[in-house]
Design a protein. Structure first.
Length: 386
């Protein structure tokens, strides 16, 4: 597919397939965004695994395709399109998504990339496109529209300021914003939250941290609680046990028993919270490479010197407790346990993300523990031509 740009020449779209094509797809943002001080190159080995069926259980329930935009023989953009068969249909029919969107500041490049993704989705009977999701809504979600000056945390996207304007000019509109809250672990809890925590938990409710020895059982609890508690939320796609196990294995060097907490009610896991040290703070200068010396640097920074920031990417409360007193108490006690454990490990700031703009209970929780919204990511949508 080609799109003409009178000033700069035609844009050619080619599939990113095979080891070489996926490698170019992965490396492209390293070149285009190298002058952005807030950009953090991902680990190439991790990205390659994430984009292949062999390395990512997402592909057991989804299809995806990848493309690169070229002009004058140079790669100038990339995009993916995906159909997740676990996602909910919209009022107008099935919804697909785009993701991994990276491009130079050029309307013709954005237009060619998005038209290619839209055509792929429409040809498969999809009626609407949302994104960006890379690749799943349970992974990197949204396009950064506020908070460009600071680097992204682990498994969060980073985008240039011009990207949103190009999407809007091409007919995309906002469907939801998702927020990232930053919390100072050394700050005392605000009085209201401190009073609630100080009163303790009701009889029959206990807090416990994860244990590596029971990791498989705890993963099963995470999946069950998350899928139950979040099932009514906008954009919900159930997370599979294989996906959580895959994440746990990939991030095993980051897992710490006291950075994963559960609340049990009458012996049954009822709520959980997961905090992960911010890998991006440890890989910023590795240029995406672990060889020849990146492994040693990464392990030293994670295991010896430590990192000063972390992210809470997953929390959940069983639906039957959500509307009652326990729906407020359990997350608050879990967040406080995570804060104390993070502070003990030298972590100074924790990001709670992502949080839907209309998920007021989670926003109130983040604000109750002193967090402030410092980044906004936008999910766009567009009807597909049929």
């Amino acid at each position: 597919m080609r799109a003409a740009s009178a000033a700069a020449g035609p844009v050619e779209i080619i599939p990113a397939i095979g080891r070489s094509g996926i490698g170019r797809f992965i490396r492209l943002p390293e070149r285009l965004y190298r002058s952005d001080p807030a950009y953090v190159p991902g680990l190439r080995s991790e990205r390659r695994a994430a984009l292949t069926a062999r390395g990512n259980p997402f592909f057991t329930h989804a299809d995806a395709a990848f493309w690169i935009a070229r002009r004058h023989g140079r790669d100038v953009g990339r995009i993916s399109a995906q159909r997740d068969h676990l996602s909910q249909d919209g009022p107008d029919g099935p919804i697909g998504s785009f993701g991994s969107l990276v491009a130079i500041d050029d309307r013709a490049v954005f237009a060619a990339l998005l038209a290619t993704a839209e055509h792929w989705l429409a040809s498969r009977g999809l009626r609407q496109v949302q994104g960006p999701f890379s690749l799943s809504i349970n992974e990197e979600t949204g396009l950064l529209v506020d908070g460009f000056s600071t680097p992204p945390m682990l498994m969060m996207p980073h985008d240039p300021p011009y990207a949103a304007a190009h999407l809007e000019a091409l007919g995309y509109r906002k469907v939801r914003d998702v927020l990232a809250y930053l919390c100072d672990t050394a700050a005392a809890l605000p009085p209201a939250a401190a009073a609630m925590v100080g009163r303790g938990l009701p009889s029959g409710v206990t807090l416990r941290h994860m244990r590596i020895a029971t990791l498989e059982r705890d993963i099963a609890s995470v999946v069950e609680i998350y899928n139950d508690g979040w099932s009514g939320n906008w954009g919900f796609v159930p997370i599979t046990e294989a996906e959580v196990t895959h994440i746990a294995r990939a991030l095993r060097p980051l897992l710490h028993e006291r950075l994963v907490w559960f609340a049990d009610v009458a012996g049954e896991p009822a709520a959980f919270g997961l905090c992960l040290p911010n890998l991006n703070a440890a890989i910023g200068d590795l240029s995406g490479r672990l060889l020849p010396f990146g492994w040693a640097k990464l392990l030293w920074r994670l295991k010896v010197s430590g990192v000063a920031s972390a992210r809470v990417p997953l929390m959940g409360v069983r639906k039957r407790y959500g509307a009652g007193l326990l729906g407020s108490l359990l997350p608050l006690h879990i967040v406080e346990a995570l804060r104390r454990a993070a502070l003990a490990r030298g972590i100074e700031a924790v990001e709670m993300s992502w949080i839907l703009e209309d998920n007021l209970p989670m926003r109130h929780l983040a604000e109750a523990v002193g967090g402030h919204a410092y980044k906004t990511y936008r999910v766009f949508e567009k009807a597909l031509a049929t």
